[in-house]
Design a protein around this ligand. Sequence first.
Ligand code: 2HG
Ligand code: ZN
Length: 439
Amino acid sequence: MGKYKGEGSLAVRPKTTEEVSRILKHCNERNLAVVPQGGNTGLVGGSVPVFDEIIVSMARLNEVKSIDPLSGVLVCQAGCILQHLDDRVAKEGLMMPLDLGAKGSCHIGGNISTNAGGIRYLRYGSLHGSVLGLEVVLANGEVLDVLQSLRKDTTGYDLKQLFIGAEGTLGLVTAAAIHCPPRPKAKNATFLACATFSKVLETFRKAKADLGEILSAFEFLDKESLDLAVGTYEDVKSPLPGSPERFYVLLETSGSNEDHDNEKLHAFLEAALESGAISDGAVAQDGTQLKAFWRIREGVPEALNTHKAMYKYDLSIPQSTMYGLVEDMRARVGDRAYTVGYGHLGDGNLHLNVVADAYSEELTSLIEPFVYERTAELGGSVSAEHGLGQMKADCIGYTKGDSAVSLMRLVKKTLDPKGILNPYKVLPLPGEVTPPQDS
Ligand code: 2HG
Ligand code: ZN
């Protein structure tokens, strides 16, 4: 994003787990802080040094160790690029269980460390389920080997879970075993228009009921998001040009039988049109059109990033109250900024973004802490899938209570007593007041 700049003067590029281990042992002994860095596509400054921390780039740990076509288990190193992994497992008829806009450069180790969600979460769930095993280098250089490939295992505490979403603050993930589902043989995408947000919700309920197991994505965009993407990029075109509606949905199905999927999808669309849940829709006629529909969705965050000032919020909010927050924010900032709401509606994940030509104290104070307070009131999370990083380390208290934060501090102290691993991220500095949970 270009928003966070550190002052690191040293980057190391280990090639093996053994080298990562020696680096951490050395840094721990000499009290030198490190920042693990993957593809550098994070949105909360998690992989950027705050001061002069040493950057440990994982880019050269990029080997695929094994793929078992029967169990669907991939074992690879942390620096593998998500898109490369997906291309590789495709040869075995498999797919990666996650997909996101940054797939061309993000690393699987970074995905695991932020517990990245993305567009297929609705279908394939969290990395807490798909990651079967991990190899992690601990702060003192010790290598924790829990790189099993088992689907089921209840021997003791599930240690790997601690490192999924820990943003490199508890250890450096060097390798992972990941369960990959079969690659679908048939894929369909539709772009739908809805008059109101409650009609979007009605469409979602209906899609879950009628499409069942073939529903693989349900993304929503408000008109402001669509207009921005279409207005910024020539190759982004709405399949429903001139539509007057306020809301749009990109719905994808994937399954193993094209005729069966088509039949289900068309029955769903007919019923949704008839009930008035959707007012218009377009079905992708081929793979090129399917890609063009996804280009609209991917164009939204890209177009937002062309603005000089970007206030980016990645919130989990109960679906029924989700859009109210966008409307309230738009009313607060008025014409000082451009407010958009879009995201992974199927997972209750709203991307609320406010962009402007310049940062200003006035604008910031209209947005924060309002956005966090309202999210807490609604019982939501201030970080659904991007992590806390440095942007939101002191906001954890809006979503987690004191007892949880204290236990997290204890875990951190136990695994990284000298605090050398990605400091100033995830947890607020000791003594710093975090907002009380029920404020
Ligand atoms: C997405 O869903 C990403 O496109 C980025 O999570 C969201 O930049 C954003 O607001
Ligand atoms: Zn997202």
